[in-house]
Design a protein around this ligand. Structure first.
Ligand SMILES: [Zn+2]
Length: 486
């Protein structure tokens, strides 16, 4: 089966065909940078990351755009999130933006999320957003209020609600509380808001000084870098209404073309069964989580559920994920060690390849079914089982065979899922540290050869104290970093 994806726009699984063969254009709503990213961000962006990685693994060129919201995302209280952050920290809004944009990329890098090709900022695209608003006004989809706000008129766009299934008539009753006098319809949303001089984030426009509404930035930036119609729009399901709905309305009203062709949205994250909230005391930033668990364990945990499903972050589940990852890593370490010591042999032994190749097929089959990562992970464990018995069977395996197996891990566990690093020792300080540990293990081996068990154990104990665990295996000692605090 070729790749099929569940499209929220049609509510069904469809074969995935990009507009241009081999080229995929993709946009995902990025973070509002007024605080450190939390586990909910990890869930959305790791899930989206694997989608991008897999599309690339299939040979597509993916142009991946993800915005940075640094203006205009208003809280229910009517407050701009960035300004709220600036007040909290008594600093400049752009300082807040800079701090948390860095924090966001730091965390995403730590989680192995591949950076987008373009990370456009809303504040860097004000003229583009003004152009869009002008266009919507000219075409009669928007109106200006006497006080200098501009609203999108949902009644002018009959398809409003087609993504989320929300109907304008239904919203009328519910939204009445927040109705603003200047709005013609309670569901109308702001394209431009007038700002008083004390509002620091403001720009001149044909409607006076102000700032853009949140939704228009995504329409403006997605189409600027990907074209009026592009392939995939991703993000969290919690943004489907009103945000994603508004993006579609703005874009399609102004251009008359369809906006994103496939909508791939991720399920939400709860902690111990409840929605995460600062007041609930169960709020975990990604930095908190990385102090407790390895990045691979967090990824593995997230990918153990389908991206559209909600996940519940529980300590025992993440620890189980950590053990799962460690099982894979141990096999790969053993495999790579065997490769170093193996007899050079150029070609792989076809009989072994025949044994392991069905696992690649099973993995691809799972991923082609709307990126079913839980099943893909199961295929990886089937492979692991097979490889473990190959490695322990005491058969002479040539380097060609071993490296073919290693290539499979690098592709499926590394490139696609991002849970098996190319260098399993890289996080401890690179070649220098690796070299020093090898020297220490050599010295320890000499004590062992001389049957000086006390000295050998002392070295082992000292290494353990700095977090380096030595495993004595029949083929010689291996070592890994024990992640503490978990
Ligand atoms: Zn967006």
């Amino acid at each position: 089966m070729k790749l099929h994806v569940y499209n929220y726009l049609t509510r069904q699984k469809e074969p995935f065909k990009p507009l241009e063969r081999g080229q995929v254009t993709m946009y995902t709503c990025g973070p509002t940078v007024y605080d450190h990213p939390h586990l909910g961000h990890a869930k959305t962006y790791v899930a989206m990351d694997v989608i991008v990685r897999y599309l690339r693994y299939l040979g597509n060129q993916v142009r991946y755009v993800q915005n940075i919201t640094d203006v205009g995302h208003i809280l229910d209280t009517g407050e701009d999130r960035i300004l709220k952050g600036a007040r909290r920290e008594r600093s400049e809004p752009m300082e807040v933006v800079e701090t948390y944009t860095r924090s966001y990329f730091e965390d995403m890098d730590a989680l192995g999320v591949v950076r987008p090709n373009i990370s456009p900022r809303a504040s860097g695209h004000i003229p583009e957003q003004i152009e869009w608003i002008k266009m919507l006004l000219e075409k009669g989809y928007a109106y200006e209020t006497p006080t200098g706000d501009v609203y999108f008129s949902v009644e002018q766009f009959p398809e409003y609600g087609k993504l989320s299934g929300q109907k304008v008539e239904e919203q009328e009753a519910g939204a009445r509380v927040t109705i603003r006098e200047e709005k013609r319809h309670p569901a109308d949303f702001a394209l431009w808001k007038r700002a008083e001089p004390e509002h620091i984030l403001r720009w001149p426009s044909p409607w006076g000084w102000g700032y853009p509404g949140w939704h228009i930035e995504c329409t403006a930036m997605a189409t600027k870098y990907l074209g009026e119609t592009f392939d995939i729009h991703g993000g969290g399901l919690d943004n489907i209404f009103p945000h994603n709905e508004c993006e579609i309305a703005q874009a399609e009203a102004a251009t008359g073309q369809s906006f994103a062709r496939y909508w791939l949205l991720t399920g939400s994250l709860t902690v111990d069964g409840v929605k995460m909230g600062k007041s609930l005391g169960n709020f975990l930033t990604i930095k908190d989580a990385l102090n407790l668990y390895t990045p691979e364990a967090i990824r593995f945990f997230i990918l153990s559920s389908h991206y559209r499903s909600p996940v519940d972050f529980r300590r025992d589940a993440v620890l189980a994920a950590e053990r799962g990852v460690e099982r894979l890593h141990n096999t790969v370490r053993m495999l790579r060690k065997r490769m170093e010591d193996a007899m050079p042999s150029g070609t792989a032994d076809l009989s072994y390849i025949a044994e392991i190749d069905p696992h690649r097929d099973a993995f691809i089959e799972a991923m082609n079914d709307d990126f079913n990562t839980p099943q893909a992970i199961a295929a990886l464990f089937d492979l692991n089982k097979e490889v473990n018995s190959l490695l322990t069977a005491d058969q002479p395996l040539g380097r060609g065979t071993l490296s073919a197996i290693d290539g499979l891990y690098r592709d499926l566990g590394g490139k696609v899922l991002g849970i098996i690093p190319d260098d399993l020792t890289q996080n401890v300080g690179g070649e220098l540290v690796t070299g020093l540990i090898e020297i220490i293990l050599d010295i320890r081996q000499r004590y062992r050869d001389a049957k000086d068990w006390e000295e050998a154990d002392r070295l082992r104990h000292q290494l353990a104290q700095i977090g380096i665990e030595v495993d004595d295996r029949p083929e010689g000692p291996t070592w890994h970093v024990e992640h503490r605090g978990g």
